[in-house]
Design a binder for this molecule. Structure first.
Ligand code: XMP
Length: 310
């Protein structure tokens, strides 16, 4: 694929479709939505409005970091505090698909509808890529950003049209376009992170307390493995407790799973053979998090496991 030609084609297409109207998009800080943000702003200038939706499920410090990074690129991003809305929608839901559904519904039927209304936009630009479509159509997983492939007509259902400029690309293509657009390597090369965010890494229902634990464990794993070169690494909170002993007292504590994989496109994956010393250090730091007394390393490839737990 010729990235330059792709960029020019998409900019022309976006201009033609949106005309004199307004388009909005939600930026998560991942490479897909970052590329959509840049394409949209190059095509539409002030007619393009970008929002960072804080859904309470993001990694530590993420909203501030992403807004600042795009400000440095000259792109204004507005932070939308939707934390309570998402937490309320997820309350008490344990079933994985229902959790994903609750997040989808809150994004599309609530937050986006409100933003579209406030900005008078007719278009929502989305970073759906080819792999999202293929996996959803194949019934492997309900990706949260697929609508038309599931027979949902966003214009009828929500009152706005969805533009998906990246739907013919896979991740490697998106990364090439990101580099060509001048996005910094920390975005262009950023490892994948799921749309349902930390909710995909909490087995069982999502609460603020569990989010806090998995967020802290994620920060440890990302810091310790930043230089390891693996395709993706993450922390997961299980929905269970294990007996442990601390300060000579028996305690019932949380269990964190660490996962680190090698892959080219996330359709299959093998487990990284991390050095034992590194695993021991991660285990030590994770069990220092109050309330956590076990840390496990997941040895399961994909298949039979998926990358995420939800
Ligand atoms: P699984 O868990 O299906 O993950 O083996 C494959 C890759 O996709 C990411 N992932 C998602 N990405 N929305 C996304 O944008 C989602 O709903 C979603 N679910 C999983 C996952 O992190 C891995 O890289």
């Amino acid at each position: 694929m010729d990235s330059k030609a792709f960029i020019n084609e998409q900019i022309a297409e976006i201009k033609k479709t949106v005309g004199k109207g307004i388009a909005i998009n939600a930026l998560s800080g991942g490479v897909d939505s970052s590329v959509v943000t840049l394409l949209g702003h190059r095509a539409l200038g002030k007619q393009m409005k970008t929002f960072f939706v804080d859904n309470a499920l993001m990694r530590a410090g993420e909203p501030q970091r992403i807004v600042r990074l795009f400000a440095d690129l000259g792109i204004p991003v507005q932070n939308v505090d939707a934390r309570q809305e998402f937490l309320a929608a997820l309350k008490g839901i344990s079933d994985p698909e229902k959790k994903r559904q609750a997040i989808t519904d809150t994004f599309y039927a609530k937050v986006f509808v409100r933003l579209v209304h406030e900005t008078k936009a007719h278009f929502l630009m989305h970073g759906t890529i080819l792999t999202d479509i293929e996996e959803t159509v194949a019934g492997i997983k309900r990706q949260h950003n697929i609508l038309s492939q599931l027979g949902i007509k966003p214009e009828e259902a929500y009152g706005y049209a969805v533009l998906e400029p990246l739907k013919t690309l896979r991740k490697d293509g998106v990364r090439a376009v990101a580099a060509e657009l001048g996005l910094p390597p920390e975005i262009a090369r950023r490892m994948p992170f799921p749309g349902p965010a930390l909710a995909a890494r909490i087995v069982g229902d999502v609460t603020e307390e569990k989010l806090d634990l998995v967020r802290r464990a994620t920060a440890v794993v990302e810091e310790e493995l930043a230089e390891c070169g693996a395709f993706q690494y993450l922390a997961v909170l299980l929905n269970d407790y294990a007996t442990g002993i601390r300060n000579n007292k028996r305690e019932f504590g949380r269990i964190i799973v660490v996962r680190c994989i090698e892959s080219t496109d996330a359709r299959t994956a093998t487990v990284t053979r991390l050095p034992w010393e590194k695993l021991e250090k991660i285990c030590r730091r994770i069990t220092d998090i109050p309330g956590v007394n076990r840390c496990l390393y997941d040895l399961t490839p994909k298949p039979p496991a998926t990358v995420e737990y939800v």
